[in-house]
Write a protein that binds this ligand. Structure first.
Ligand code: ZN
Length: 254
């Protein structure tokens, strides 16, 4: 009996050791450390691009090296993003131990901690940033003449700038949201134009609502075609962002 117990204990210990050694990314208190985030990104470089290509069904992407850094130290960094993309193909992922993801707000504590511990929030950041790279590549492959000049030339002019960024962020959010299966149903909708231009709502509008806004276009045409169609029309106005049907009709008429 004693031998059996010892044997059982040995099996349990081996399992514990195995479980610990199967997670190669340093973490503390069930959360990846900065070093853990960096290692996860380094080790999975190829897998990220493979997954992205498979999801998009397009071979256009040229792989690049995804780097990590503490983005809070960057002067021009948008604090709402956990990663950033510099055209044509530089992607940076933050090593800050933030663990934020709006999609986690309505899920159970258990699923949330699983999502964090396995670096899934880093995975969504990476997919979002590759989405920006893909958006730019589709635009470049179309050539300047194919893209509506209004779309390119007025990007710095409000409200075109807002509408164009809104579409791109929405598409980039659609990718991880759909790839990782819906963690929580999120149907946030602004109720007025004031809701849209209110700075306190930037995150909800630019990411959460923008994803909902572009979803019907992507579902109808596919990712690549959706980008091609959207950049051949003027970006949505604030009014059209509030009433998407007006924008969709304009896209269809094209
Ligand atoms: Zn973005």
């Amino acid at each position: 009996m004693k031998t059996l117990l010892l044997l059982l204990a040995a099996v349990v210990c081996t399992n514990i050791v195995c479980q610990k050694t199967t997670n190669p990314y340093p973490y503390k208190n069930h959360r990846p450390t900065s070093a853990g985030i960096r290692k996860y990104v380094d080790v999975n470089q190829e897998q990220f691009f493979q997954d992205f290509r498979k999801f998009v069904g397009d071979s256009l992407i040229e792989d690049t090296w995804i780097d990590c850094d503490d983005l809070s130290t960057y002067v021009q960094h948008d604090s709402l993003e956990l990663g950033c993309f510099y055209a044509p193909q530089e992607i940076l992922c933050t090593t800050e131990e933030l663990y934020v993801d709006y999609r986690l707000q309505y899920v159970s504590k258990y699923r949330r901690s699983q999502f964090v511990e396995t670096n899934q929030f880093v995975y969504s950041t990476v997919m979002h940033e590759i989405g920006h790279m893909y958006w730019q590549q589709v635009l470049r492959s179309m050539g300047r003449n194919a893209v509506l000049p209004e779309f390119l030339q007025t990007l710095r002019v409000f409200p075109y700038s807002y509408g164009a960024e809104f579409l791109e962020e929405g598409l980039c959010e659609y990718i991880p949201y759909t790839m990782q299966e819906i963690l929580s149903v999120d149907d946030y909708k602004p109720r007025s134009t004031e809701d849209i231009i209110n700075n306190r709502n930037t995150y909800s509008i630019k990411y959460r609502y923008a994803r909902l806004f572009v979803t019907p276009v992507i579902q109808k045409y596919g990712l690549r075609k959706a980008i091609e169609i959207m950049v051949c029309c003027a970006p949505p106005s604030i009014e059209e962002i509030l009433y998407p049907e007006k924008y969709y009709q304009r896209l269809v008429e094209k």
